[in-house]
Design a protein around this ligand. Structure first.
Ligand SMILES: [Zn+2]
Length: 289
């Protein structure tokens, strides 16, 4: 009698191009006001809260762009449509500096519990915002709050997206659905858990030291490199754009660029490489509740 197969099967190892032993990508989610407005629309009237979020595009982005340019490193910026429309010159400055701009919802809406129709309408609204300000059609998508539904990959593939970056079940990218690669993430490599502090809105109430954060992320980078995986860091300019945090991030980038055999590039390049490997698709069944 043959044994039944597992409901979920693991991603296959990835061979990186040339002599590269691992891949790494710096991602920045330019949530700005949208992240807070989606949680509580009434916060639009809170000038101080809005200013906390506006720091990202106003001060964080220029500082981070200087840090990246000084090291000749390209990154991927996930931008909600609402942010693109509110700060078109900032988003164009990012694109003009050679970085990738990808999709991150419209008003950073949680997709939790949404029907495919509702979710499709939000994704299309984000795409329309990109069109409106004259941005190229994005290759990639990251769900706000990393909240993907089982119907989301199909919606993305239908719209010509080549990758998503919202799931957590592997150390390497993998084919998620025909035409769409998943580049996995993790909460441990997200600056929100380290630095976010908006009383009554979000955050743990603890603001971590950039030194601790740098050590934690460097440990994960080093181990991921040894494992031949794909290190995906997620930062928010309103958080990691603050001076000592940006400085700590610059230190981490220096470690990454000094490590031999790391393919430090954009999400789209990593996803396109993995798509070209023609790996067997994974089996991912929806669990019985
Ligand atoms: Zn976000």
């Amino acid at each position: 009698m043959s044994r039944p197969s597992d409901a979920v099967t693991p991603a296959q190892p990835v061979a990186w191009p040339g002599k590269f032993r691992s891949a790494a990508v710096l991602t920045f989610d330019l949530d700005a006001e949208a992240a807070v407005l989606s949680m509580d629309p009434a916060s639009a009237g809170r000038m101080s809260v809005m200013s906390h979020q506006a720091y990202g595009p106003l001060v964080g982005v220029p500082r981070l762009l200087r840090i990246l340019a000084a090291r000749s490193v390209r990154a991927t910026f996930f931008v909600p449509g609402y942010t693109a429309e509110r700060y078109p010159s900032v988003v164009h400055a990012i694109a003009d500096a050679g970085h990738e701009i990808a999709h991150h919802g419209y008003r950073h809406e949680s997709m939790l519990g949404r029907s495919a129709e509702e979710e499709a309408a939000i994704i299309d609204r984000g795409l329309a915002a990109f069109d409106r300000i004259g941005l190229a059609r994005p290759a990639g998508y990251r769900a706000p709050l990393w909240e993907l539904n089982y119907h989301t990959p199909g919606l993305l593939a239908e719209r010509g997206f080549r990758y998503d970056s919202s799931l957590m079940d592997a150390d390497v990218p993998y084919p998620l659905t025909p035409g769409l690669v998943e580049v996995p993430v993790h909460w441990g490599l997200d600056d929100w858990e380290q630095y976010a502090y908006l009383p009554g809105i979000t955050g743990s109430g603890v603001i971590e030291s950039p030194g601790k954060v740098r050590e934690m992320w460097t440990d994960e980078f080093t181990a991921m490199h040894e494992e031949g995986g794909c290190f995906v860091l997620t930062c928010h300019p309103f958080l990691s754009g603050r001076p000592s945090r940006a400085r700590a991030l610059a230190g981490l980038i220096d470690t990454m660029t000094a490590t031999e055999g790391v393919w430090l590039t954009t999400m789209a390049e990593i996803a396109d490489h993995v798509a070209g490997l023609r790996l067997a698709p994974r089996r991912i069944e929806v669990p019985e509740p």
